[in-house]
Design a protein around this ligand. Structure first.
Ligand code: SIN
Length: 286
């Protein structure tokens, strides 16, 4: 095995140096899996992943979850395109979110590969939801451990809602609203026992969490907004600056992310593959 190195990334996650993701050995994959389970967010630089090698890499971590709403790569349907053209105003994923919490078995993780970058800007922000949970008081943690929350995609991807109201997104970059209309909103524990690390994680997010189970949205919002504000405290956010060859691999159960939309007039193209997850268990269940 080549000598791999772990370097903490400011704010959250780690950078893994010394691996070629197009042909990782079994030992190197184990190293990446361990870092991923521990930190929930791993970055790589100077990679040369083709579409096919990104698909092969993702398949080593689990079955690929083909996104129902994002435009797919014309030749590789496993790859969701995250593109912003120079004349488009909206970036996909500008708000803080985690992918697929609206599914009954939320996706494990997503691998994002930079294909075309603006000459400046277009960074991605991340936060660790392990860290966000750990910073809360014991009293609030205990209250949250007893709660569940309802998540939904309808207000984002559904007919006449969210992205479908945005002219430069609807039907071009995001589509299939009927699939969102039909989703049955899942209920997930607010504090989960992370399936890989066994640690407690706060599992709500501003995009898809609608309300606490048994509470109205109005009743839920003050507490949800408090949690969101805590999660993105300035000293705890990670700003990932993309370079040609950069790859980010995040765990959707342990992080949030948000795309910075600050490169108007320039093109950005990213290729995202999302990997299947599993049902989420409450923290108290171990
Ligand atoms: C995403 O939300 O999956 C994409 C993030 C980005 O484009 O930086």
């Amino acid at each position: 095995m080549r000598q791999l190195e772990l370097r903490p990334h400011p704010g959250a996650g780690v950078e893994i140096l010394g691996v070629d993701l197009a042909q990782p050995s079994d030992e190197e994959l184990k190293f990446i899996q361990n870092a991923y389970a521990e930190h929930g967010l791993v970055f790589f630089r100077d990679q040369s992943l083709t579409e096919q090698s990104q698909i092969e890499l993702a398949g080593k971590f689990g079955p690929i979850n083909v996104n129902r709403f994002f435009a797919a790569h014309p030749d590789y349907p496993e790859i969701a395109l995250v593109v912003k053209e120079p004349d488009q105003l909206t970036a996909i994923g500008e708000g803080w979110h985690t992918d697929h919490s609206y599914d009954q078995d939320p996706a494990m993780g997503s691998i994002l590969v930079a294909k075309e970058l603006p000459s400046s800007g277009g960074d991605t922000w991340f936060v660790s939801m392990y860290d966000a949970f750990n910073r809360l008081s014991e009293g609030l943690k205990q209250t949250l451990r007893g709660l569940k929350a309802v998540h939904s995609a309808r207000h984002i991807f559904g007919t006449g809602q969210g992205y479908t109201q945005t002219a430069d997104v609807a039907g071009q970059r995001i589509g299939n609203p009927a699939a969102a209309d039909e989703l049955i909103d899942p209920v997930h524990p607010v504090v989960i026992r992370h399936p890989l690390s066994g640690k407690e994680v706060l599992y709500v997010n501003p995009a898809f969490t609608r309300h606490f189970e048994g509470w109205t949205r109005e009743e839920s919002l003050p507490l949800l907004e408090y949690l969101y504000q805590q999660a993105v405290e300035e000293d705890h956010v990670c700003r990932f600056r993309w370079e040609p060859g950069s790859v980010a691999f995040w765990d959707n159960r342990a992080t949030w992310h948000a795309a910075q939309n600050d490169y108007q007039g320039m093109r950005r193209e990213m290729h995202r593959i999302t990997i299947d997850g599993c049902p989420l268990e409450a923290a108290g269940s171990l």
